[in-house]
Design a protein around this ligand. Structure first.
Ligand code: H79
Length: 466
């Protein structure tokens, strides 16, 4: 190459490097991905169907109690209006000596969950990981162990996907805006510069992805204040994906959640919708979605809250969600000593016993092709050989139940998941197949699942979703 060309080329390369902030990151527009590419990226997540949410941080120490009130959770600093210096004292008390990452991961696994989403930072700004850009982290507590690192090692060993929750709102960082109304006087925002906070977020997200990854999902939250914009949503969606292209990002990176459950992918970025504490009546057709829910009434540990959902309720919630094409992210709020609450453990283990027998009717399934029958729910799975399995989730099994499935072909096979060797008899008439349920000494206390194997071509009406 002639010399007079070399100078502009070198200059051009130099400017390109400067242009992306000097970090050499490729700023591609990841929102322009094809449907096939997205399907490939979402595949493990869709197959998984069931994950564990974990809310843990300094708020586990007061365990929901401040002054005379006992109804707080992860938002205790805001709700109880705790001044910053006072809240900071919790850092000296955070010493969960009984924490064992492997034990948590094994509980998730035994429950039949395939991924864990844990709060790397909630709105109190406290980080459960070793962050080089703040001392407001676990390394500055007496515990001084990188909790997320230990979890990432345990998850890799156990084959569980690790995912991080990250709150956009930050009630500790001096540059986060706006201040709470109640603390404006004692903590004025003079000198605060939100763009410094944006840089801080970027540095932390880079730490999380590069030091603990590859991650399954980045689960943003607390995006609702007016300093967060749609433009920032797009920028952060692309930023996170530039660090790990196949990562999945929830819709709360953008402003599109519209209350608790909406998601409008035409106007907003994000890979899936996030209905919180509620199940959409007929799912969210055409988009990926995941319901997050608590086992009792709080996300963060609350020692007084014993209002746990029964195992039957939890399994019915899971089946309801999956039958409509969604994922279920069920929360645990570990205690200040590092253990899961015993009520949560027994629920998880009971769900796990059910999943061991019936998991095939959950993992990798598609939404029900039929409307809700009065005896329970349907899920369906493509078997890849021109056949499908149609699962009948019978919530209160009785052999006298009259179950009529609106299909016009004879099943190739009909059995109970609890004992596949025993064929279920059936009759057919013009409208469908009528099952003759066998007498069972011990029907499943939560949900007895019948499996019908059918030829796919006869289920023309299946709404395969997405
Ligand atoms: O981390 C847990 C909660 O702390 C957090 N998400 C779960 C996973 C949370 N998200 N939202 N909320 C708590 C309640 C917030 C409700 C509101 Fe709003 C924020 C009401 C008004 C502003 C968002 C925007 C919902 C309605 C409009």
């Amino acid at each position: 190459m002639k010399r007079k060309f070399l100078v502009p080329v070198i200059l051009g390369v130099f400017l390109c490097i400067l242009g992306d902030g000097g970090f050499g990151e490729e700023m591609k527009d990841f929102t322009k991905e094809s449907r096939e590419e997205k399907e490939r990226r979402m595949q493990w997540w869709k197959e998984a169907r069931f994950g564990m949410f974990i809310h843990w941080g300094l708020y586990a120490v007061p365990a929901g109690k401040w002054g005379d009130n006992t109804n707080y959770g992860e938002q205790i600093r805001d709700e109880a209006r705790i001044p910053l210096e006072e809240y900071e004292k919790l850092r000296e008390q955070f010493n969960p000596k009984e924490f064992n990452a492997r034990e948590w991961v094994v509980f998730a696994k035994r429950a039949g969950m395939k991924y864990i989403v844990i709060t790397s930072k909630h709105i109190d700004g406290f980080c459960l990981f070793d962050s080089k850009v703040t001392d407001w982290d676990v390394m500055s507590t007496p515990f001084k162990r990188d909790i997320l690192k230990e979890l990432s090692v345990a998850c890799k060993e156990e084959g569980i996907k690790l995912c991080f929750y990250y709150a956009i709102m930050d009630l500790h960082h001096p540059d986060y805006l706006p201040r709470r109304e109640w603390e404006r006087e004692i903590r004025p925002d003079t000198g605060a510069n939100f763009s410094n906070y944006i840089q801080y977020m970027k540095a932390q997200l880079k730490e999380l992805i590069q030091n603990y990854g590859p991650l399954g999902v980045l689960w943003f939250d607390a995006e609702w204040e007016n300093t967060w914009t749609h433009e920032l949503g797009v920028e952060f969606y692309n930023y996170v994906r530039s660090l790990q292209p196949d990562i999945i990002v929830n819709n709360r990176v953008d402003k599109g959640r519209a209350g608790m459950s909406g998601f409008a992918p035409a106007e907003n970025v994000g890979d899936f919708g996030t209905p919180e504490q509620e199940i959409p009546e007929t799912g969210l057709p055409g988009v990926y979605w995941e319901v997050c829910m608590t086992m009792n009434n709080h996300w963060g540990y609350n020692a007084e809250d014993k209002n746990y959902k029964s195992t039957k309720e939890l399994i019915h919630l899971l089946v309801d969600i999956v039958s409509k094409g969604g994922n279920f992210l069920l929360n645990v709020g570990p205690m200040g000593n590092g253990k899961f609450p015993p009520e949560a453990v027994s629920g998880l283990l009971q769900i796990g016993e059910w999943m061991k027998i019936n998991g095939e009717s959950i993992y990798g399934t598609d939404p029900s092709p039929f409307s809700k029958p009065e005896w329970g729910r349907y899920t369906v799975k493509r078997l890849g050989n021109g056949r499908v399995a149609l699962y009948l989730h019978i919530f209160d099994y009785k052999p006298s139940l009259k179950i009529k499935v609106p299909i016009t072909q004879k099943p190739i096979n009909a059995c109970l998941l609890v004992d596949k060797s025993q064929q279920i008899e059936f009759e057919t008439d013009a409208e469908g197949v009528i099952l003759k349920l066998p007498y069972m000494i011990e029907p499943d206390p939560y949900d007895t699942v019948v499996r019908l194997e059918l030829e796919e071509k006869f289920i023309g009406t299946v709404n395969w979703g997405k």
